[in-house]
Design a protein around this ligand. Structure first.
Ligand SMILES: Nc1nc2c(c(=O)[nH]1)N[C@H]1C(S)=C(S)[C@@H](COP(=O)(O)O)O[C@H]1N2
Ligand SMILES: [Mo]
Length: 406
């Protein structure tokens, strides 16, 4: 029998430093064997995600859906994108979780336990659309740095929690309050406890909206860890970065919150349109608020084939930030002509809306179906790309799928 070879000492040393502990029986570790602590985790199992999801980054975890995976009216966890700026908190103890209110404009600092929040305030459930401000970034030219989201960084789950406005009323806020900013338990990539991965927020008007929740349930179950267990802010219709996960403190500010990723170019676009590639000064960048009108064809999957003479049934969702989608159209001739199709009312404000159509094709060949939504103020989606911006936000171009009629 062949003798076992053991791992070299230098390798052992470097493995131990990554693991953060001595490998006590390292001298008999078979060569070529990777200790479990160093094996790549399977993100699909770890987060209960469908294996059709696309991992864009593993440090931190960023995972997106594909259009055809978002076919459900209410997005289940397995198809929900994950966008993390830092490391997911470890050893979360919901029984010991607290939420503190502080800031210049708090009447008096106050801390609630999670149990108090759940018992003291009435609970509400809303379907809320959460889209990452950078969804669609991959199409911009010149390209923007950051996760190269295609179209899958959007979801609409059912969220249950209490209204932030009810809690703010109980806390007491001063007249000069203009903004809230969240603080959370996730860890900066550098592991420096003095740094926050992200700390964003919203103006008081958004904080006080009925649908702005401090949520503890998603789709009727505890929020999955990756999505903010045990407590997250959910502010539908705004860039999802406003919806802080794992929150443990909210600052009531007498100025625009200046936490991590509130300033500079983060989650901001030029206040006025600029040419592609143009340099924009920080002071000419404006904070993204309500997201623009957009839609997705979730059935069929791009590349579908049908027989000549058959009708094709399509369906999908459309949303418009703070507004409602009023009109839905599709084109099979690259946007030359458009046909309207029915769009359902939202289940509640800030929930995405569903559309469907049954399409006839004139003859055999290759087609594309383009979908275009129009909001209640008359704004529609651009056919190919909206205005370029340095960080590649707000790409609400028409979604397009390929079809072959044979
Ligand atoms: N604490 C914390 N909250 C966060 C983030 C984060 O990294 N840390 N990412 C934000 C961003 S940029 C987005 S798009 C959404 C993503 O929510 P999801 O991962 O539940 O889909 O969470 C937001 N809330
Ligand atoms: Mo985001």
């Amino acid at each position: 029998m062949k003798r076992r070879n053991f791992v070299k000492r230098a390798t052992l040393g470097s493995m131990a430093s990554v693991i953060g502990a001595d490998i006590v029986f390292g001298s008999v570790l078979p060569e070529g064997y990777k200790p479990l602590a160093l094996q790549d985790p399977d993100p699909f199992k770890m987060f209960n995600k469908d294996t059709g999801m696309e991992v864009l980054n593993d440090k931190p975890w960023n995972i997106e859906a594909k259009a055809h995976l978002l076919d459900d009216k209410i997005t289940p966890n397995k198809f929900m994108f994950i966008r993390n700026n830092g490391l997911i908190p470890e050893n979360i103890d919901a029984d010991k979780w607290t939420l503190e209110f502080d800031g210049e404009s708090v009447a008096q600092k106050k801390t609630y336990t999670l149990a108090e929040l759940k018992s003291k305030f009435p609970q509400y459930t809303y379907e809320l659309t959460l889209e990452c401000g950078g969804n669609g970034r991959s199409e911009f030219d010149p390209p923007a740095k950051g996760n190269q989201w295609t179209i899958g960084a959007v979801s609409c789950a059912s969220w249950t929690g209490i209204r932030l406005k009810d809690v703010l009323e109980d806390v007491g806020i001063k007249d000069d309050a203009v903004y809230i900013g969240y603080h959370a338990a996730d860890v900066h990539l550098s592991r420096d406890p003095g740094k926050e991965p992200i700390s964003r927020g919203a103006p008081m008007a958004k904080a006080l909206q009925e649908e702005t929740l401090l949520a503890f349930k998603m789709n009727n179950e505890d929020i999955p860890i990756a999505h903010g267990y045990p407590l997250r802010l959910v502010a539908g219709g705004w860039p999802a970065s406003v919806s802080g996960k794992w929150i443990n403190r909210i600052s009531i500010r007498n100025k625009v919150h200046d936490g991590t990723k509130m300033t500079g170019t983060a989650y901001r676009v030029p206040c006025n349109p600029v040419a592609p590639g143009e340099k924009v000064k920080d002071e000419d960048m404006c904070i993204i608020e309500s997201m623009p009108v957009k839609s997705l064809i979730t059935y069929p999957k791009s590349g579908a084939m049908i027989n000549e003479g058959e009708k094709l049934d399509i369906r999908g969702h459309a949303w418009a930030g703070e507004l409602e989608v009023e009109r839905m159209e599709y084109s099979i001739d690259f946007g030359s002509t458009w046909q309207s199709c029915p769009i359902e009312k939202p289940s509640n404000r800030l929930a995405w809306q569903h559309f469907s159509a049954s399409i006839d094709f004139p003859k055999k060949g290759y087609y594309e179906i383009w979908a275009r939504a129009t909001d209640s103020r008359g704004a529609s989606q651009p056919m190919l790309l909206p205005g370029w911006n340095p960080k590649g936000y707000l790409n609400n171009a028409c979604h397009r799928i390929a079809i072959k009629v044979t």
